[in-house]
Design a protein around this ligand. Structure first.
Ligand SMILES: [Mn+2]
Length: 423
């Protein structure tokens, strides 16, 4: 696999020469979750071994700088000893230029339709392998394999075992196995993801490679890596799962998977939040933290940061008095003068519940004539592209009022979000 990836990197470096042949790019979906990453890597590897007309090349559908936000992907790459340097990312290859030059063929894995932003690449699509609802109109020139299995990696495993089982080695098998185990929630039937085909092909991998890591341990490692934010700096943590609301003020709400106490501990935190606000043009930052007690009960806390004392106080007061729903905010001490911190008594109020309150706040703020702009405020979806973790918040598992929420429930929820193509 390393050798193959190295040859891809070299080919991309010299590809600016017009004489170079085209690329057959294998592209996962924009969430670039483990399934998408693994399918792109392994299917391109398979193509490279079986079709030699065009260089097959796996492309991760995020910017290189965003990989650090996918901490579970990073953990898997480490686990199988694949250096990140060997991967190619969306910002390293100009697909449009290749397309214009007639040098692009595109295989979609883990999605079957290109997002609108990429619709001009549609003519280059030559094959699809996916496990999402089929949205692609049939075409004789583009074979489509879509099956509702738990993991797209199951379909890639099936293809490889049927067509070129000799290319499977421990590393390729481990990548595929990990993706299936993660997406199928450790093959747990109660999670409702695993299908007969997922079981069949994960078992096939197990029997061919008896030294694959134990399934349960592999699942736990990758699940905890997903929640591990220790490798992220403050800006990355804020961006990882953020939504913005705008009126005459710009408000951002970031969800953080740490305790507020831990997050507030950094001495330079105010300066970092201040820099972040300036860089992205926010007047107020709201930090919603979620962590879990040993018995898996969620604890939510909320902090409000703004360099404008008026803004901070007004937003805080509005949230304290909110009735739909009541957040039940209890002030806790904050070591920073520009940060107001609360324990959120209503642990069921996710960001999905908070955003409408903030929109109401902005309406009132604007209505008071502070800046006189009476246009409808709109939620800005894409100041920063949402990550697949984008999450607990939108269709929060807590919305259903589950009294106990396990890490597995969360994982399942995230998988469902990712299944919607990271949108
Ligand atoms: Mn998938």
């Amino acid at each position: 696999m390393e050798e193959f990836l190295l040859s891809c990197c070299r080919a991309v470096k010299v590809s600016t020469g017009e004489a170079a042949a085209g690329f057959h790019v294998v592209l996962g979906n924009e969430s670039c979750d483990i399934d998408s990453m693994v399918c792109a890597l392994t299917y391109a590897y398979f193509l490279s071994k079986s079709h030699r007309d065009m260089l097959a090349l796996p492309l991760l559908n995020i910017r290189r700088s965003d990989l650090s936000l996918r901490s579970d992907n990073v953990a898997l790459l480490q686990q199988v000893c694949l250096p990140v340097d060997l991967l190619l990312f969306r910002d390293q290859l100009d697909l449009r230029a290749l397309q214009r030059a007639g040098r692009l063929r595109l295989t979609l894995v883990d999605h079957n339709i290109l997002p609108r932003s990429d619709s001009d690449l549609e003519a280059a699509v030559v094959e699809v392998i996916d496990h999402h609802l089929l949205e692609r109109p049939p075409s004789p020139s583009c074979p489509v394999t879509v099956e509702m299995v738990g993991s797209c990696a199951t379909l890639v495993t099936e293809r490889i075992i049927q067509k070129a089982p000799e290319i499977l080695d421990q590393q390729v098998a481990e990548l595929l196995y990990a993706a299936v185990v993660v997406d199928c929630v450790n093959m747990c039937p109660a999670a409702g993801k695993v299908t007969g085909k997922d079981s069949e092909f994960s078992a096939a991998l197990e029997s061919r490679f008896p030294s694959l890591p134990p399934r349960g341990a592999l699942f736990q490692t990758l699940l905890s890596a997903k929640f591990d934010v220790s490798g992220l700096n403050t800006e990355q943590m804020l961006l990882k799962d953020m939504k913005a609301v705008s009126g005459s003020l710009n408000l951002a709400v970031s969800v953080l998977y740490v305790s507020l106490e831990d997050f507030l501990r950094g001495a330079g935190l105010e300066a970092e939040l201040s820099g972040f606000s300036l860089k992205f043009g926010f007047d107020v930052l709201l930090l919603m933290t979620i962590c879990f007690t040993e018995s898996n009960e969620p604890i939510r806390e909320l902090a409000v940061f703004s360099h404008s004392t008026t803004c901070r106080q007004q937003v805080s007061l509005y949230l304290e008095q909110a009735r739909n729903p009541t957040l039940d905010l209890r002030p806790i001490s904050s070591p920073h003068p520009h940060i107001t911190a609360y324990q959120q008594g209503n642990a069921l109020a996710s960001r999905k519940k908070l955003l409408p309150i903030l929109k109401d706040f902005l309406k009132e703020w604007d209505g008071d004539g502070c800046l006189g702009d009476v246009e409808e405020e709109e939620e800005e979806e894409s100041r920063v592209p949402p990550t697949p973790m984008n999450s607990l918040v939108d269709g929060c598992p807590l919305d259903d009022g589950l009294p106990h929420l396990s890490a597995q429930d969360l994982h399942d929820k995230f998988s469902k979000m990712a299944d919607r193509g990271g949108d």
